[in-house]
Every structure is written in C-alpha cells, then in structure tokens.
Design a protein around this ligand. Structure first.
Ligand code: AMP
Ligand code: MG
Length: 521
C-alpha cells in the first residue's frame, strides 16, 4: 500500500495546543491532534473498489493486514498526524455552539492522479469534541452511510465517498429510538473520503466567537486549496467565494430533489463547504411521492427537514454562512444579492430539472403548470416516484391517456384506488402530457433514452438498506456486495436485478429503520 501523503489542513492551519484527549471547548484552532481508538477484533466487511482505485490502491491492497489495521483505526499511516476538526453549527434552527468531529478522525490527506482526498474514520473513538457521547458508530448506521455515499456518487449527486466498512469487534450501547430501550449493537468504522470535510459550521464557530483572525485564515486556506480560480483575498474575493459555495449547494439540492433523496438532518454542521452531500444519518428515499415526508423521527413534529423543505433550508443555511463571512466582507449588499439570486435560480433550475425528468426539451409556455399539476396528482394516490418516472419513459406519443395510465399502473401502491375523480385527474394530466409531447420533434426512443439518464431505476430504498443490515447483523455480507454492485449502474436496466425495481413492501411501511430513523447511530 503506497499512498502519497500530502497533508495540508493540519500543516497550514492552527492546531489546538492542548495535546491530551479530553472533552472541552477548543479555542483559536481549527483542529486537535488525536489518535484513533484500538479495537478488540477488527474485520473488513466491505470495500469500494472504485474508491480504492481513485486513491491509488487495488483489491490486493485491501486484503492486507496493513489495510485492515489502518482503516479500522488500529495503526496510522507512516508520517501521518491524525486529527479531529473543530466546528460549530445551527441544529434545527438554533445555534448549538461547538460541535466538532465527535467521532470522526481524519487520518491524512493524500493525492493521486492530481486529485486530493482526505481520509476520515467515522466511529474511531472519542475526541475533544465528543461532548457526552462515546465517539463510536454502530453497524447499521455505518452500512447506511457507506452504501449510500457510493450510491449517490454513481447517481451523479455531489457527495463524500466511502472506502471501507469494518467491524470493530467491540459492542456499542445505543437507545435506537430514544425510548429508554438501550441495547448493545455491533460497533463499526467506515473510512469516508472527500477532497475536504470543511463545513459551514467550520466558519460559523469563529464568527460566533468573534475570532476574525482564524476566520480569515480558514477562509483564505479554503479558497486557495479548493477554489483556486479566486485570486484576490479582498471583499470581492470573499463574496465570490460565497457565491460559488451557494451555486454548489443549490446544485446539490436540485440533485436531491431529482432522485428523491431526503437528507434528514440539514444542520449547518452537516453542510459541506464544497457542496457535497455529507453526514449520512437518518436519511431516506421518497418512495410514495410525499413532499412532507422526513425519515427522521427526531424531526417528526416540525418536519423542518422534509423533502419539499430542503431547498429553502439550503437557503437558510446559506444565510448562516453569509453571517459567518460577514466580518470579512463588512457589508451586506453583495451577500443579500447572492441570497436573492438563489431564490430565483432555484425556481429556474428546479423547473428545468423536472422538465428533464419528463423528457421535455426546451422550455415551452405551460411547462411549469404541467410540473405543478403533476406534483398535485401525485398527492391523490400513493405513487412511487422512482417507478413512476421510469415507466413514464415508455410513453409513446400515439398512446391514449388510458394506455399511459396502464403503463405506469405498477407505480401505484393501491391501484384499486385509481377510479372516479382520482382517475379523471390522472387522465387529464396524461392528456396534457401527451399533447405537450406532440409539440416537440423528438422520437419516443430518444426521449426515453434522455429520461432514463436522469430518472434512476435503482436507488437504495429504505427497506433495501434494512434487509442488508439484518443480514449483516447475522454475519452474512452477500447482500451488501450484491446491492452495492447494482447501485453502481443505477440508470441501467440490469433486468437480472429487476426485483429491486419494486415498491416498498407493506412490512416496511412503518418499520423502524425503513420509515423511521433517529439520530442514534
Ligand atoms: P450529527 O447529527 O450526526 O451530524 O452529529 C452532530 C454532532 O454530534 C457532531 O459533532 C458529531 O460529531 C457528534 N456526535 C454524534 N454522535 C456521536 C457519538 N456517538 N460520539 C461522539 N460524538 C457524536
Ligand atoms: Mg454531523
């Protein structure tokens, strides 16, 4: 194993000068040096081959003891100095003070093929930022994060990645639904990979503490390392930086809405400064198209982070980042203009994304209404979002609306409900859709090809993740392998795997882990 170490975060930015690993407030520094915890009996469960290659390794490397030791936290890479990052954040709308890497430990940054990557263990033991928790992670949440980050990458959604999933051999106590029923679960560690794990909260902590010196150091560092086209370190440069973060955040959220992903905990400490999906916790996939759905039971009351709210929460979070950067820019006008731009561009980009999902080339008068009307008919009867768009691609211009309705029938959870008024509404929508298709000179075949590039056939449905977890808990890792491999080509037909192109089974409707997830992980 020959990784090319190019540590920069822990070399260029100020370190916590207290070296012992005790929980505390850490001032005036971006990180604390800390070592991963040794585990009882580590074993490797799964590795992402694509990620191995990206990092300059191959499968043979992953079979070595060295690999297992390093990626389970039992040894560190030669010449590396692992560390936990300091950040704050707004959680559920309120400033929460210092949070930081409570259970994540950055091993090193490496460069391969001119791309740089930070390697970070999650669940590798306590750090100065662990507050009142144990620094560990359990198997179920580690499987969910490992598989989903790779699945999102293959879906074309900007995301952090995951290299490996190890069992630690240690037991971890968790109260899964926060209802007083604690139980021991299997401990696990994943190795997350990203160009950087810097978050909105990394800037907010300095702004909230009035530490403009370190705010500037971190911002200058982030710009030079990750936004190299911004040359000046003036007000204009910082504003430019904010605009680029805003664009990337918006882009990421539009992708979430396209594939039906609900992050579940869009706190500002979980917002990557690079616009990558980060911190996969109680996330979920829309099955029945319900804009008000959130998988996170901790958010059951206000549903702050529900599917339809993600774009406006993205904006709210950008307001917090704007406030944090304000001391460097010292005037609000440019920041406010950027935030206004988000609102306008969101509408345009959302419409254009939905047009692509529907296979509509170019914008025509009436398209926005077609999109709005569709989201309204979706509400009349539980309709599987993924299956609906995939089957809609089979529409032929010469079809009658009745025929299209038959073609997408499989997307309905209760097809017997499609009668009377509900059926009339669906038929009316298909009639409008067919009429719209007549207005463009695109063959049915080409439209289907285009639609199938943006409408995935396979996503990591909540119940699929749970089936994988149940098997893995028994020591059977075949299903992880199988589903990981299907999710590498989510837009391909893969007819041999058709059984995963199916609606959520009834047993999963109200099951913990499938429709209900908490932050306990
Ligand atoms: P999350 O909601 O998972 O993004 O976590 C919010 C904060 O809690 C972050 O600072 C995490 O590092 C910390 N945290 C979550 N779980 C644990 C844990 N088991 N041990 C230590 N810190 C944790
Ligand atoms: Mg987090």
């Amino acid at each position: 194993m020959n990784l090319h170490l190019t540590d920069s975060f822990n070399k260029h930015l100020p370190a916590d000068n207290i070296q012992h690993n005790t929980r505390r407030q850490v001032f005036g520094s971006c990180f604390s040096f800390v070592s991963p915890k040794k585990t009882k009996n580590a074993s490797l469960i799964h590795v992402s081959e694509e990620m191995l290659l990206e990092l300059g390794m191959d499968l043979a490397d992953s079979y070595t003891n060295e690999f297992l030791s390093i990626f389970s936290g039992n040894a560190i890479l030669p010449k590396s100095r692992p560390y936990a990052m300091c950040y704050g954040g707004h959680q559920f709308g309120h400033w929460a003070g210092q949070l930081g890497d409570g259970r994540a430990i950055n091993l090193a940054e490496i460069t391969h093929n001119h791309k740089r990557w930070a390697l970070q263990l999650k669940g590798a033991g306590e750090t100065p930022y662990s507050r009142n928790a144990d620094g560990l992670a359990v198997l179920r949440s580690s499987i969910r994060e490992h598989l989903c980050s790779e699945a999102m990458h293959h879906l074309g959604v900007p995301t952090t990645r995951s290299l490996s999933l190890c069992l630690t051999g240690d037991e971890v106590l968790r109260d899964m639904m926060y209802d007083g029923n604690s139980a021991y679960e299997k401990g696990a560690v994943i190795c997350r990979v990203s160009p950087s794990f810097i978050r909105f909260g990394s800037f907010e902590i300095f702004a909230h503490r009035g530490d403009t010196k370190n705010l500037k150091l971190l911002t200058d560092y982030t710009i030079s390392e990750f936004f190299p086209d911004i040359e000046d370190r003036s007000k204009q440069g910082y504003l430019n930086f904010f605009n680029q973060v805003l664009d990337r955040t918006l882009e990421m959220i539009i992708h979430w809405q396209r594939v039906g992903f609900v992050h579940g905990v869009m706190n500002t400490d979980n917002m990557s400064i690079l616009g990558l999906t980060i911190d996969y916790g109680p996330y979920g996939w829309l099955e029945g198209y319900d804009p008000h759905w959130t998988p996170n039971t901790t958010d059951r009351q206000s549903k702050r982070y529900r599917f339809s709210n993600q774009p406006s929460i993205g904006l709210w979070n950008l307001y917090q980042l704007a406030n944090a950067l304000h001391p460097l820019i010292e005037e609000a006008t440019g920041l406010e203009a950027a935030l206004e731009r988000y609102k306008k561009e969101y509408v345009e980009r959302y419409q254009s994304m939905m047009r692509n999902k529907l296979g509509l080339e170019k914008f025509l008068e009436g398209d926005n209404k077609l999109v709005v009307d569709l989201t309204e008919v979706f509400l009349l009867s539980e309709t599987d979002m993924t299956i609906f768009f995939r089957l809609l691609a089979k529409t032929e211009k010469t079809d009658s609306s009745e025929t299209v309705l038959e073609k997408i029938n499989q997307a309905f959870y209760s097809p017997e409900e499609i009668k009377g008024k509900i059926k009339e509404n669906w038929t009316a929508w298909f009639t409008a859709y067919l009429k719209r298709l007549q207005l463009q000179d695109v063959s049915d075949e080409n439209r289907a090809i285009q639609m199938n590039k943006v409408n995935p056939k396979y996503v990591l449905r909540n119940y699929m993740a749970q089936l994988i977890i149940d098997k893995a808990d028994e020591g059977d890792y075949e299903l992880i392998q199988e589903i990981h491999s299907i999710l590498k080509q989510p837009y391909d037909e893969q007819t041999e795997h058709h059984k995963w192109f199916s609606k959520r089974p009834e047993w999963a409707r109200h099951k913990v882990g499938c429709s209900m997830l908490s932050c306990s992980s």
